[in-house]
Write a protein that binds this ligand. Sequence first.
Ligand code: PGA
Length: 261
Amino acid sequence: MEVLILPSGREVCEQAARIIAHLVGARPGAVLGLATGSTPRPIYAELVRRHRETGLSFRGVTTFNLDEYVGIDATHPCSYRRYMAEAFFDHVDVPAAQVHLPNGMAADIPGECDAYEAAIGAAGGIDLQLLGIGRDGHIGFNEPSSSLGSRTRIKTLSAVTRAANRGCAPAGEELPGHVITMGIGTILEARRCVLVAIGAHKADAVVETVEGPLRAFFPASALQLHPHATLLVDEAAAGRLALRDYYRSVAAAKPAWQRED
Ligand code: PGA
């Protein structure tokens, strides 16, 4: 696993945007796996800026988001379809037909999950999957105890996640308890994974991901199995890593041909 420790959250998001822009520049038909949450918002803002100011085009790109709440539509403030429209899709040139999120309003949820997996396959698989991380170690909405081989399916959110995400729900309304999420097996099939973590409240999750044991109880540890996983973390999120000086030395000695800026 590659661990890049950057001085600030702003630089974490700029580096993530740089990696995505680099991929899309080199491969205009790239398939991007996208994430929501508070951490990636500045990444989308930077990609929108590059679209406006440098002409970075997403016209050929296909996207698959990790997850969506069950039982709400795109008008709901917690909807990830809405989040993505507001943060990214409404401001760039990716054609709507190439945008995919699980449909949490589907009458047949297992059928929707199977169709989502099939659509990823039909697109040729995901070139780069962007990931955040929950304090409980979830990636996508794969909560602790999720099978490391899991596929897109319905999941029940943990109390930790419901508390962390409740902010979007209107006063007096509960956050939906169920979600559709890509599985850990689905995520691991992406040709590259880029996980972003910012802030001291993510330091325990980062150390478990990188230096803890591989286990379903901490889903992000599954990235230890991935041949091309990059963690972009700020100093605060890296604060508990035992080998942080080593990770810094690896980054400093990176050969020019591996650089992405
Ligand atoms: P956050 O969420 O970016 O809002 O902290 C991360 C996640 O739950 O994946």
